[in-house]
Design a protein around this ligand. Structure first.
Ligand code: GLN
Length: 517
């Protein structure tokens, strides 16, 4: 098998044994990217030379017998909403096209400390708002299983990069499903950790009470390696939890004695594709055959999850995105053009003999803010900002935002009750498999409804993992979601690993044809 599809665990073994050097490995992934990314477009930015130079350094340190970090010499990719010092961090937005952060995100600092080699930054929906990467200012990523289809989103570049063998590990972020849903669309494994498990310092904020950084990989065992490096307390993020991080790699192979898997009746309702339901129910039967007890449960408030999420997330986004005004941060409109327009309007009003001509014009400052934001943000981001400011405005705040916060508590309480009876909850990741590019782009509501099964995990602050569990008739991957109690990533990884030991869905590869220009 080509090195490109080897597991991270295996590759680290080969690196340690000297069977392959980091430079060779980095070159192998860069070649794979060169061969296929013209079509897939998983990467927004590649740092081939820097990656090779770093790989050479790590090889040299290894030869010199110096101590090395846990990911020493392993290439990987980072979603382009995480700051890397001195490199553009665009969030796939025109607004941040030229933003170069002067610092590393904690997640990135940890990767560097672990001696990983960062290949580049992966594509996403603009500001991580979307489910397909189609809102990326730089154009969509395509699904390696069918390039006419979306890879999911917002971490679509991360998921596609793994499916296409362009990297063994990819870092993503998940606010309402952005790690798990693209993982399911691309047939890879993605874990959204508990709120607080991974520091978000240096992650460009979307919805601060929901955002989490997490690993995408081609197996649970590989995801465990990456989570190990990312997880842990960080004084730079006051929401990061100051509790010990278990040794995931060590415990992942341990048997799960007396595992009870919950199946929520609300996860199999209206809107779920029949093929997905069959694959997910089959996956539950796999657990049963492995000795798990299966129990029917109910999450009665899950029907409100979409409405709740699509109030809370835009409310928080509207605040977080206020900083992009072309002054503090971000794209600034062409000022001479703006001033020329301002003067022209003023002359018109003057010519009309209007005595209040000046009052009728926005100040140039307001005009600059307005134009910068109008030109810098795409349509979906504007929609979210408008939804959020509306729901937060006087008169609507209580009716929408406060009510959503209350329902959020009820959603969390449903989970707390369920986890008194079961260890994990198994269900679908998304109601459908990947769909065609453009299919839902003009129908935001249809797009939002695709987040039905993922958003409640974020609203409740829980960990959730997506693992491949089958294929549709059209040969598109299907994902199984496992949700767990707070801080039980270890349990999810073990349960996912157990499944992957008994099945081979996660080992299937897409039929890529080279598109080297
Ligand atoms: N698809 C969801 C949204 O559009 C989730 C995005 C995310 O998790 N970043 O908001």
């Amino acid at each position: 098998m080509s090195l490109c599809y080897c597991s991270a665990v295996e590759l680290l073994g080969k690196l340690a044994a000297g069977a392959v050097s980091s430079v060779e490995l980095t070159r192998c992934f860069l070649d794979q990217i060169a061969a296929h990314d013209g079509t897939v477009h998983a990467f927004l930015r590649l740092d081939g030379d820097a990656a090779l130079a770093r790989a050479a350094q790590i090889d040299q340190r290894r030869r010199a017998g110096q101590p090395l970090g846990p990911l020493a010499g392993l290439p990987l990719a980072v979603k382009d909403n995480l700051c890397i010092r001195g490199q553009p961090t665009t969030c796939a937005s025109r607004m941040l096209e030229h933003f170069v952060p002067p610092y590393d995100a904690t997640a990135v600092a940890r990767l560097l400390q672990a001696d990983a080699v960062i290949l580049g930054k992966t594509n996403l929906d603009e500001f991580a708002m979307g489910s397909t990467t189609e809102t990326s200012h730089f154009g969509p990523t395509r699904n390696p299983w069918d390039v006419q289809c979306v890879p999911g989103g917002s971490s679509g570049g991360a998921a596609a990069s793994l499916a296409a063998g362009m990297t063994p590990l990819s870092v993503g972020s998940d606010t309402g499903g952005s790690i798990r849903q693209p993982a399911s669309f691309c047939g890879v494994t993605g874990l959204k950790p508990t709120y607080g498990r991974v520091s978000r310092y240096g992650l460009v904020a979307f919805a601060s009470s929901l955002d989490q950084i997490g690993p995408l990989a081609r197996s649970a065992a590989d995801a465990a390696l990456l989570l190990q490096v990312l997880a842990g307390y960080d004084p730079l993020d006051s929401t990061s939890a100051n509790i010990p991080v278990p040794d995931y790699a060590q415990t992942i192979g341990q048997p799960l004695e007396g595992l009870t898997v919950g199946v929520a009746r609300e996860h199999f309702g209206e809107g779920l594709d029949a093929e997905i339901e069959v694959a997910v129910r089959d996956a539950v039967r796999v657990y049963q055959s492995l000795g798990a007890k299966i129990r029917d449960i109910s999450l009665p408030h899950s029907k409100y999850a979409i409405a709740t999420y699509y109030i809370i997330a835009p409310c928080e986004a509207s605040g977080n995105l206020a900083r992009y005004d072309g002054v503090h941060y971000g794209y600034r409109t062409d000022e001479p053009a703006m001033l020329a327009e301002w003067n022209a309007q003023r002359r018109q009003l003057d010519a009309a003999g209007d005595p209040r001509a000046l009052d009728k014009l926005d100040s140039t400052l307001v005009r600059m803010y307005r134009r910068s934001r109008a030109e810098g943000f795409g349509a979906e981001v504007k929609r979210r900002v408008m939804l959020g400011t509306y729901a937060l405005s006087a008169g609507y705040y209580d009716a929408y935002y406060l009510k959503a916060l209350r329902v959020r508590r009820l959603i969390r309480r449903d989970f707390d009750e369920a986890f008194r009876e079961v260890d994990v909850i198994a269900g679908p990741v998304a109601p459908t498999a990947a769909y065609r590019l453009g299919e839902k782009l003009d129908d935001p509501l249809a797009m939002y409804l695709g987040d039905l099964y993922t958003v409640s995990t974020n609203l409740a602050g829980l960990p959730g993992i997506s693992i491949p569990c089958g294929f549709t008739r059209d040969s598109l991957p299907i994902g199984l979601q496992l949700q767990g109690p707070p801080m039980q990533e270890e349990r999810l990884l073990r349960a996912a690993h157990l499944f992957q030991q008994a099945t081979d869905w996660h080992t299937r590869r897409p039929p890529l044809t080279s598109t080297r220009p």
